[in-house]
Design a protein around this ligand. Structure first.
Ligand SMILES: *Cc1c(COP(=O)(O)O)cnc(C)c1O
Length: 383
């Protein structure tokens, strides 16, 4: 028997009370019973997004909401600016290009955040750009981009700021309305502690004006239509009923903990993971602007990260993420997003220490765990 630990940045672990809620008998979606739950979910989502606007619920993975933003706000041939500093930045480019939207990329070195000056320069060079696309947290490189500062540039221009917040919303403070974000997107399987299958997005008042004009053709992701239905506490098409029930339980859990505490927990777990990495001599992938959702750590030279993560997953029972593309085999990503607590970090760090030992690296067992504990103990209640 191997006890399994899912410590990846999506899908993330699902709390038992949420899983049980989703196991309730199916209910029909065109009923007062569903509408009541949905109306409560809608209120909770506004608090999560920190917006007065509607937060729409879509049945898709997070990428569906990314695509919905593109389709509803742009036309073929229009120009946009994309911050591409990792796999998910690249995804904005791919979605836009597949619809004939003209992309000007700001390429960012993996592990670095975009320079605000680079965004300002792009906006000056392409004053007609209809939108800037960015990740609040680029999960593939464990970086946080400076969304607040970028919003300060876009809100005074006729350029929308479209933000992928899939590992940011519910992880750290991203006040959509206060910062002036025009579109904010998230998904169910990261901070929201649910299985994959729901995506969410909210539009600012000026983004809704843009959506009311002619735009790229589409049918399923018709946000004007969804807004009308969801405003009446129903959905245009069949919703993912069980996931919505789970979401109802998740929002109650998050509100019980309180968002400031949720953000502080993520920050603490991230700080502990970074401290452990440092103690083990593992260089941080994103030392200057690390994400509170996941921590990227370089492995010692000569250790194959692909083999190490496979060994941990298949032989030891601990699933951690590796690197993609040019980081393949070189890094580990330790998640601390969603239903994560102090002892998940202890588990992850201990597993890394032991695996490094098995792979022949020089490691002082317990040194990473001790460094993590020194940070984590601050999060425990006083005796
Ligand atoms: C996970 C993730 C996505 C992709 O979401 P899917 O649910 O796989 O479609 C997009 N952006 C970021 C930053 C993510 O972490």
């Amino acid at each position: 028997m191997i006890k399994r630990y899912l410590l990846t940045p999506g899908p993330t672990p699902v709390p038992t009370e949420v899983a049980l809620r989703m196991a309730e008998p199916m209910i029909h979606h065109r009923t007062p019973e569903f509408s009541k739950i949905f109306s409560e979910v809608r209120v909770g989502l506004k608090a999560l997004f920190q917006t007065a606007e509607d937060v729409l619920v879509l049945a898709s993975s997070g990428t569906g909401a990314m695509e919905a933003a593109v389709v509803n706000l742009l036309s073929a041939g229009e120009r946009v600016i994309v911050v591409n500093g990792g796999k998910f930045g690249e995804r904005w480019t791919k979605i836009c290009q597949s619809y004939g939207v003209e992309v000007e990329e700001i390429k960012v070195e993996w592990g670095e955040a975009v320079a605000v000056d680079a965004v300002r320069a792009a906006l000056e060079r392409f004053p007609g750009a209809k939108a800037v696309f960015v990740q609040a947290s680029e999960t593939s490189t464990t970086v946080v981009h400076p969304v607040e500062e970028i919003a300060a540039l876009t809100r005074t221009r006729d350029t929308l700021l479209i933000v992928d917040g899939i590992t940011a919303v519910g992880v750290f403070d991203v006040p959509m309305d206060r910062w002036g974000i025009d579109v904010l997107v998230t998904g169910s399987q990261k901070a929201l502690m649910l299985p994959p299958g729901l995506a969410f997005l909210a539009l600012s008042a000026r983004a809704w004006k843009r959506a009311a004009r002619p735009h790229l053709p589409g049918f399923y992701f018709d946000l004007m239509r969804e807004r009308k239905s969801q405003g009446e506490n129903t959905t245009a098409y069949t919703p993912a009923v069980s996931l919505v029930l789970g979401l109802h339980a998740v929002l109650a859990m998050l509100e019980r903990e309180g968002y400031p505490n949720v953000f502080a927990r993520h920050a603490r777990l991230a700080a502990a993971t970074r401290a452990a990495g440092e103690a083990l001599g593992l260089k941080l992938l994103a030392p200057r602007s690390p994400s509170p959702a996941a921590t990227g750590l370089y492995l010692p030279g000569g250790i194959d990260g692909g083999k190490l993560t496979k060994y941990l997953r298949d032989r030891v029972g601990v699933s951690l993420a590796g690197g993609q593309d040019q980081l393949k085999g070189k890094i580990l990503r330790v998640a601390h997003v969603g239903y994560f607590g102090e002892f998940d970090i202890v588990t992850a760090v201990a597993a890394i220490e032991m695996a490094l030992g098995k792979f022949g690296a020089r490691v002082d067992f317990g040194s990473g765990v001790a460094a993590a504990e020194r940070v984590l103990v601050e999060g425990l209640p006083s005796a």
